[in-house]
Design a protein around this ligand. Structure first.
Ligand code: ADP
Ligand code: MG
Length: 227
């Protein structure tokens, strides 16, 4: 079952020396369990900041942020690490695969961190690679894969620990349109099969068009009606 997301009057300021830079200025929206929502907005509008806050990679200055039954800003350090490991799957624009590991080993990595024994995690990783259509590439190193294939490995890795939420920051940003749309279809498939919640950012209206709903961020605020 996917996680719900509740964001209320969320603020984030960065401090550069004595200067404080407001990046999110009171953002509020909800995502229902199992929804796939696209965040659009120009470069610098705060999309990555928002995803990082929801993923517990960074802390808000103020506001309410609840994912499933976790109030993310209130999690202690160990709970936050567990939240990131067990509840959230991250997908990034630049894939972020470990270059010295095979596709299969990259997918196995989160399972290793969760203490799953070798045989079991190899079998599960192989199954996930098959699901993203890469069973014949499991022994390849990332540089031997196309961008679209690398992103599919990254999605398999994001799914490995059985998350309730996928956060994908411009997952198609380094891909051409056909490959980008394939990645979105794959995210949709995961979203449907596991009723996973998916929140992604994108510049591409074609990509966003495949989401259930689009949220637009501009200058750190939501634009239009987010509901
Ligand atoms: P987007 O993903 O929509 O392009 P970001 O969330 O990356 O936008 O950035 C929003 C704003 O916050 C930008 O002006 C950026 O320069 C600023 N910003 C992002 N991260 C930091 C940081 N660690 N320190 C200072 N400013 C930052
Ligand atoms: Mg960004």
């Amino acid at each position: 079952m996917g996680a719900s997301i509740e964001v209320r009057d969320l603020h984030k300021e960065y401090h550069l020396g004595k200067v404080s830079v407001p990046v999110l200025r009171g953002v509020s929206f909800d995502v229902a369990p199992g929804e796939i929502v696209a965040i659009m907005g120009p470069s610098g509008s705060g999309k990555s900041t928002l995803l990082n806050l929801i993923g517990g990679l960074d802390e808000p200055t103020s506001g309410r942020l609840v994912v499933g039954d976790h109030s993310v800003p209130e999690l202690g350090e160990r709970e936050r690490a567990r939240y990131r490991r067990d509840e959230v799957g991250f997908v990034f624009q630049s894939f972020n695969l470990i270059q010295s590991l095979t596709a299969l080993q990259n997918v196995e990595l989160p399972l290793m961190f969760s203490g799953v024994p070798a045989k079991k995690r190899q079998a599960h990783a192989a199954e996930l690679l098959a699901r993203v259509g890469l069973d014949d590439r499991s022994g390849h190193m990332p540089p031997e894969l196309s961008g679209g294939e690398q992103q599919r490995v990254a999605i398999a890795r994001a799914m490995a620990a059985g998350p309730r939420l996928i956060l994908a920051d411009e997952p198609t940003g380094n891909l051409d349109t056909p490959n980008g749309l394939k990645i979105l279809e794959l995210l949709r498939e995961m979203n449907r099969d596991e009723s996973l919640t998916v929140l992604l950012s994108t510049h591409d209206a074609n990509v966003a068009g495949l989401a259930d709903r689009i949220i637009t961020v501009r200058d750190g605020m939501l634009w239009g009606d987010p509901s």
